[in-house]
Design a protein around this ligand. Sequence first.
Ligand code: 3HC
Length: 311
Amino acid sequence: IERAGQEHFDRIVAADSRIEPRDWMPEGYRKTLTRQISQHAHSEIIGMQPEANWITRAPSLKRKAILMAKVQDEAGHGLYLYSAAETLGTPRRELNQQLLHGRAKYSSIFNYPARTWADMGAIGWLVDGAAIANQVPLCRCSYGPYGRAMVRVCKEESFHQRQGWEILHALSHGTPAQKQMAQDAVDRLYAPALMMFGPPDSDSSNSDQSMAWNIKRFSNDELRQRFVDMIVPQAEALGLTLPDPDLKWNEERGHYDFGPLDWDEFWRVVKGGGPLNAQRMQRRREAHAEGAWVREAAEAYAAKHTTTTTA
Ligand code: 3HC
């Protein structure tokens, strides 16, 4: 069966078609997708925190309503992605335990503080913008449930990115103090957003295999470059500058050259040493404990309801 399964799997991947939950798949394929999809889900859930802190501080009812909708979307993306990850055989409860016990990663970007309202704009424009650049190719991931989940997620992310851009545009065309607040948020989040695409290709332990299996369609550096090329003209339209003196159009390459990133900082944050790693994880554990009664009630209802119908 193994050999027939492997041949079937290889044929599907070679035909750039889709692997579905019931198809035979190499254990490594199952494992790397469980890793990536569950960490993607953890990122969505932890990513709710920086923005949730600003819902009660939004400058208008309109901005508050938009931010609430966005945070709600992130929770939904997490739900979508845990459901996709579960189809590979690991229950959501176990995936969540991996996060709670510090055995799973989530995107480094969410360990940075959101200091002012302008950060809501910079997160929408830069962080969700980077997420879109990374997630659009994932719509064509060889694993069906993940690729399909990404289609819905990308549609909602484009609203996130647009509302972020609009917040920054309003601030950068407001008072000098508002413009400075927008510039300060971009200064703080530009480099961490570029690191969302992962380490340089030379340090990317999963890329080769993920690309061979049509999980990853473009390398970390390729998508990072694509994102930089996209945000330079957008920053000009905003009237804001990107904090990178090496940013320069390179006619020969047809891309923008940009400055070196601090990969020591990246790995420090990934390993738990970022500005807010401890706070984000503590809040996550508290939320999990506070939500225990909801899970118990749902399980009690399900148990009662199931016995009634079978009785
Ligand atoms: N933060 C934390 N860990 C990171 C990271 C980051 N920004 N970038 C890479 N890593 C980790 C990887 O997980 C891997 O560790 P692991 O093997 O223990 O999982 C290690 O660093 C080496 O990186 P690789 O390049 O080898 O890893 P991948 O091939 O998995 O590529 C990735 C990294 C591009 C992030 C890929 O996992 C991916 O595309 N994931 C799906 C998208 C995602 O998770 N996005 C996170 C943001 S979600 C978000 O922004 C929500 C939005 O709504 C705001």
